[in-house]
Design a binder for this molecule. Structure first.
Ligand SMILES: *[C@@H]1O[C@H](CO)[C@@H](O)[C@H](O)[C@H]1NC(C)=O
Length: 196
C-alpha cells in the first residue's frame, strides 16, 4: 500500500514537472551551436569509436551548446560516473557499460560532423540514442543484476533538477519497456537511495 502510493506520487511528480518544463521551454528560443569553420577533428571521431568520455568535451570544442544541453549536462557526467564505478558492477553491468558508451558516442558522431546544430534538437536526439543503446547493450539484464549500482549513478548530484528528472523519465520508460513489473522496484530503490 505504502509502496504503491510512493510509486504513484513519483509518477505524478515526473509527469507534472516534465510537462511544466516542456511548456516552459516551448516559449523560449533554442540556441544553436556553429562550428565557425572549425574542421571535424579525427581525434574526436576516434574518441567516440573508443567510447571515451573525452569525446564530449571534444564535441563541445567544435560545437558548443554549453551546460544546459546534452554533452555537458548528461553525456559527459554520466559517462564519467559509469567509468569511475565500473569495477563495482557485476560482469553483466560492466558489459553494459562497455557496450553502451561507445554505442551512444557513435550515434552522436553524425551530429558532431555537422556545421551547425540546434542544441534542443540535438539533446532530444541524444536521449533517443541513449534509449536505443541501453536496449542494445543489455540494460534490461543489467538493471536487475546492478540495481543498487545504477542508483549510485543516477541518484546524487542534481536530484530534483529538471536534468535529473529527464534522465529518470527516460530510465523509467526503458525499464517499463524491459518489464512493466520492474518499474515499482526501481522507483522503490530510488527512494531508498535518497533516504541514505
Ligand atoms: C570493460 O572494459 C574495461 C576497460 O576497457 C576492461 O578492463 C574490462 O575487462 C571490460 N569488461 C567487460 C566485462 O567486458
Amino acid at each position: 500500500m505504502e509502496l504503491s502510493a510512493t510509486v504513484l506520487a513519483t509518477a505524478c511528480l515526473l509527469v507534472l514537472s516534465l510537462s511544466i518544463s516542456d511548456a516552459w521551454l516551448f516559449w523560449r528560443s533554442y540556441p544553436s551551436a556553429k562550428a565557425d569553420g572549425k574542421a571535424v577533428d579525427p581525434n574526436c571521431v576516434a574518441l567516440a569509436k573508443a567510447g571515451s568520455c573525452e569525446f564530449y568535451p571534444c564535441f563541445e570544442d567544435r560545437l558548443r551548446c554549453g551546460r544546459k544541453w546534452y554533452n555537458v549536462r548528461y553525456g559527459e557526467p554520466y559517462c564519467r560516473d559509469f567509468t569511475a564505478f565500473r569495477e563495482r558492477f557485476s560482469l553483466l553491468g560492466q558489459k553494459f557499460i562497455n557496450a553502451s558508451e561507445p554505442c551512444i558516442a557513435n550515434e552522436l558522431l553524425s551530429w558532431y560532423k555537422r556545421d551547425r546544430i540546434n542544441c534542443h534538437d540535438y539533446t532530444h536526439f541524444a536521449f533517443k540514442a541513449l534509449s536505443r543503446c541501453y536496449m542494445r547493450s543489455g540494460f534490461c539484464e543489467a538493471i536487475r543484476s546492478d540495481l543498487i549500482n545504477f542508483m549510485t549513478i543516477y541518484r546524487p548530484k542534481h536530484l530534483f533538477s529538471l536534468g535529473a528528472l529527464k534522465i529518470w523519465r527516460e530510465i523509467l520508460r526503458i525499464v517499463n519497456f524491459c518489464d512493466p513489473k520492474a518499474v515499482k522496484y526501481v522507483i522503490n530503490a530510488f527512494w531508498e537511495s535518497i533516504k541514505e
